[in-house]
Design a protein around this ligand. Structure first.
Ligand SMILES: Nc1ncnc2c1ncn2[C@@H]1O[C@H](COP(=O)(O)OP(=O)(O)OP(=O)(O)O)[C@@H](O)[C@H]1O
Ligand SMILES: [Mg+2]
Length: 438
């Protein structure tokens, strides 16, 4: 019989230690370590193995053609063209960002298209869900189950076999077989692996709603990201009407694909042309530049704003909202070293419009342009958009899929596109900034 070992597991990040500690050595959270027993043989391990016959790939029936439309075009786009049957999708996001709203709307659409749609709610009461459904409208045929015990949920799914099921949220599920509290790493991991099996065996598309930690990672279960087929992250803050849904991982489509929504009283409404919303600038404004990023398959115009302010701090601040801090520090250093822009005595703040987070290096030139404009007090030429990757030598590297970006810039009225032909950062800045200070 396997030896039972007592371990302490962090419920935030999953780090395990041999003894209890007040502070997690992995993520630094306080009081998050909980005791767990490991090494016990699971019922599956106790059963003996039987040899199976492998199948040939040519004989496997492809499910690609049978994607189910969620009826929310932006969600379908992020999923790679619709919901894949027998898949497990994790949807993470900050509290109140709109996870339940989006998925209830999707369930409503699926049910109206004649398929069974089930919502398993552990977080809200049936009456609360009903209130939201009345507000959104069109969710009358959605079936609902208020249950948190994993065994009952799995048994119900196997018996009822809906086409799509949403679990709100995975952290509320608990199994009797796991000896720790609901929401702990081992409970969440067990719930996800059991539901994965149910999804694959019964052909149900299951969406797991997950909470995120202070750092924005899906709470505790980083382990879950390996288990599930897709990880969708809801970004944008509660105070901003625009929300961004991003595919962090997708086994059935491109990762990093973006969907943009606006939160309204009637639920989340897709924004089909986000460049129109995020790429708008006010002509002649100092410290603002337009860039074109490519997230997944979608080119997106974004306004970048920068502020350069003198400081007495020994270590000037470089603060970026929506920009990777390391990337920002690198751009500031290249501007100082290769473009003759002394920023050593100044704080630099950079902000990306609409709460969008930029992940790709193609936006470097736009960020540099906004900073240079703010530092020199000179606005960027009107109708100019810039995109290119900045190298450490001050040379510009062309961004990927230039043609598609240029097309997007032209579509939204940017006559001058800087980047594809430019060679060095210094030359690009000289041609982008208007000569006379405003
Ligand atoms: N009547 C309303 N009019 C406009 N917006 C509303 C209304 N009611 C709720 N909202 C919006 O819906 C958001 C809550 O959405 P939802 O409950 O789907 O979020 P969630 O991500 O599921 O949150 P949690 O993690 O707490 O479950 C609120 O932040 C608010 O912006
Ligand atoms: Mg919710």
């Amino acid at each position: 019989m396997a030896k039972v070992i007592v371990q302490h597991v962090c419920s935030e990040c999953g780090t395990t230690t041999g003894r209890w500690l007040g502070k997690c050595p992995g993520c630094g959270a306080f009081g998050s370590l909980v005791e767990e027993l490991s090494g016990q043989a699971t019922p599956a391990q106790k059963r003996g193995g039987v040899a199976r016959t492998p199948a040939r790939l040519a004989d496997v029936r492809s499910e690609e053609a049978s994607r189910i439309s969620s009826g929310v075009p932006e969600l379908d786009r992020v999923l790679g063209g619709g919901i894949v049957p027998a898949s497990l999708v994790l949807v993470g996001g900050e509290p109140g960002v709109g996870k339940s709203t989006l998925l209830l709307a999707a369930l409503g659409n699926v049910s109206r298209a004649g398929r069974r749609a089930l919502l398993v709610t552990g977080e809200e009461s049936v009456a609360q869900v009903k209130l939201r459904a009345d507000r959104l409208g069109g969710a009358e045929k959605v079936e609902i189950l208020a249950e948190t015990e994993l065994e009952f949920v799995c048994a119900t799914l196997e018996q009822e076999r809906p086409a799509v099921c949403v679990i709100d949220s995975v952290q509320t599920l608990w199994s009797q077989e796991v000896g720790s509290a609901p929401g702990s790493v081992s409970q969440v991991r067990e719930a996800a692996s059991r539901l994965l099996r149910v999804a694959k065996e019964s052909g149900i598309a299951i969406f797991l709603i997950g909470h995120v930690t202070k750092d924005g990672a899906v709470a505790g279960p980083r382990v879950l990201e390996h288990l599930v087929d897709c990880v969708l992250q809801f970004e944008g803050d509660r105070y901003n009407a625009h929300r961004i849904l991003r595919a962090v991982k997708n086994r059935f489509g491109r990762a990093n694909e973006l969907g943009v929504f606006e939160m309204t009283g009637a639920g989340l409404v897709g924004v089909p042309d986000p460049s129109e919303v995020f790429g708008r600038t006010h002509g002649g404004e100092v410290g603002a530049a337009v860039t074109c990023t490519l997230e997944g398959t979608r080119p997106l115009l974004l306004e970048i704003q920068a502020l350069v302010a003198p400081t007495d701090l020994a270590m000037p601040r470089r603060v970026g909202t929506g920009v990777d801090p390391k990337r920002l520090a690198m751009i500031v250093a290249v501007l100082s070293r290769h473009a003759g822009l002394p920023l050593g005595g100044a704080d630099v703040f950079v902000n990306v419009a609409g709460g969008v987070r930029i992940d790709e290096p193609g936006a470097d030139l736009g960020i540099a342009l906004a900073i240079a404009s703010a530092a020199k007090g000179v606005p960027v030429r009107e109708g100019l958009a810039a995109f290119a990757e900045i190298g450490l030598t001050g040379r510009l590297r062309p961004a990927t899929q230039t043609d598609r970006r240029v097309e997007e810039c032209r579509k939204f009225g940017c006559e001058t596109v800087l980047g594809p032909g430019a060679e060095t950062l210094r030359r690009a800045l000289a041609s982008a900034l208007a000569e006379s200070p405003s």
